[in-house]
Design a protein around this ligand. Structure first.
Ligand code: FAD
Length: 431
């Protein structure tokens, strides 16, 4: 029997039908289109069974599937090592084309190159698109073509280019959704993928308070930020729609979205930042890396309420307010002299919005080892941070209910730790 010629649309970090670039283009294909998602075993095997991010991906796919039902189509869900899954699809279908949106992480680039090679061997056309960012790869560079490593000139160039086009083009996919293949694929239970529901949930994003973003964003008790980060990570919202909206509503908020793209382009241009200091001059720092100290930091029992509240918020909810992320990261690297990579790995395990580019970028910023980083001699005082940003202790009491019963002594004296950090950095920095 001859196999039907088909085109595949491969969902990855773009779990939505609305304003999705590759999806818009696949709908112009001459062949019936099969929407596909692969639960990649290479990623899943390192995660706990109740990982909240897997549950969020699952719920988002279920939502996409419901929307597809309205057009008598459905999503094909597979689980396995990506290359193996594609090989088995090749034996089932006569695949003509594969469409997907690009992912700029080193692991994903390598994975996609392998799939492209397999496609080439089988005469399949592959169409990758830009969807995850406004400007990708080498679209924003210095006049000599090299990548920016300082945020402000990057942002200026980004804005200049954005305003040149008026706004980011949005893609209305609705009229074309009927072009998906009319077939009902079974939708597996989460348990069939090897996972279970989590008590930790991704919250809906909230843009109601963005008008006052500049004034309120640094105060964790106000809880006034957008909660967009996991949605941007998994593509349940469109960055183009968001940026066009932010440009009209609030420039400070837009600047934060540009920070996200800045770190994505840093990771793309300098992929070894994942495991190395961006500034190799900092390679000589003698980290103490004390495991007991690290455990106290992880469990939120350092005796510094702002640090402990942040870590407990992270452990209980998978989220931590940005101001507090800066305080806990600085505390780990500078007060405890623990290598930023330990903190980065702990955040990667816990954060619902974990994204390699932003996590590595911000950790290296806090440690002073990154591009455009906080200077090494800037050591946040956790008590002053608390006085400035949580004066009435509302945030602290929310996450440390026993706070008023008498709290732990700080595990290390601030003045001592500050001097020790500056001295250690000074000694370690290679001139
Ligand atoms: C040590 C450390 C680690 C971090 N790790 C991550 C991470 O793994 N994933 C992640 O998405 N963000 C990370 N951030 C950045 C920031 O803390 C979160 O993006 C933000 O707290 C998410 O909440 P929100 O969506 O309510 O933010 P909002 O304040 O509403 O900001 C809107 C969006 O702007 C972007 N943004 C804001 N601040 C930053 C920033 N400093 N760097 C890059 N993008 C930014 C995010 O996409 C965010 O969703 C980290 C920050 C620090 C200090």
């Amino acid at each position: 029997m001859t196999k039907q010629k088909v085109t595949f649309f491969w969902f990855r970090r773009d779990l939505r039908l609305d304003d999705n670039v590759a999806l818009f283009h696949v709908m112009q294909s001459d062949y019936p289109v099969i929407p596909l998602f692969i639960f990649d075993e290479d990623i899943l095997e390192n995660l706990p069974k109740n990982d909240a991010r897997v549950a969020f991906i699952y719920d988002s796919l279920e939502k996409v599937n419901q929307e597809l039902h309205a057009t008598d189509s459905s999503i094909l869900i597979k689980k396995g090592k990506t290359l193996d899954v594609w090989k088995s699809l090749l034996s089932t279908y006569n695949i003509q084309q594969i469409f997907f949106n690009k992912d700029y992480e080193p692991f994903a680039i390598k994975r996609d190159l392998a799939i492209q090679e397999l496609a080439k061997q089988n005469n399949i056309e592959v169409f990758p698109f830009k969807d995850h960012v406004i400007f990708e790869e080498k679209e924003i560079t210095k006049s000599d073509g090299l990548p920016y490593t300082i945020y402000t000139p990057y942002k200026n160039k980004w804005l200049e280019k954005y305003h040149l086009t008026g706004q980011a083009l949005e893609y209305d996919t609705k009229p074309f959704l009927k072009n998906f293949i009319k077939q009902q694929f079974p939708f597996p239970d989460l348990s069939e993928i090897g996972f279970e529901k989590s008590t930790i949930k991704v919250l809906p994003h909230n843009l109601t308070q963005i008008a006052n973003y500049k004034e309120t964003r640094d105060f964790p008790a106000l809880d006034s930020t957008s909660y967009l980060s996991p949605h941007l990570r998994f593509g349940t919202v469109s960055i183009r729609k968001l940026v066009n909206w932010a440009n009209k509503k609030n420039q400070t908020f837009l600047s934060e979205l540009i920070w996200r793209e800045f770190f994505i382009q840093i990771l793309f241009s300098f992929p070894n930042v994942v495991n190395h200091n961006f500034k190799s001059a900092y390679d000589g720092i003698q980290w103490h890396n004390n495991e007991d100290d690290f455990k106290r930091w992880c469990s939120g029992t350092t005796g510094y309420p702002m640090v402990d509240a942040g870590m407990r918020q992270l452990n209980e909810t998978g989220y931590m307010h940005n101001r507090v992320r800066m305080v806990v990261a600085s505390f780990l690297c500078k007060h405890l002299l623990i290598n930023w990579q330990w903190g980065e790995a702990y955040f990667a395990e816990k954060l619902l919005d974990f994204e390699l580019a932003s996590n590595v970028g911000n950790w290296q910023w806090a440690a002073g080892t990154g591009c455009d980083a906080a200077p090494y001699f800037r050591v946040f005082n956790p008590e002053i941070q608390q006085k400035k940003f949580d004066e009435k202790g509302i945030y602290i009491r929310k996450w440390i209910p026993e706070f008023d019963l008498g709290y732990y002594e700080p595990m290390v004296n601030h003045a001592f730790a500050r001097d020790r950090a500056i001295e250690t950095y000074k000694r370690g920095i290679i001139k």
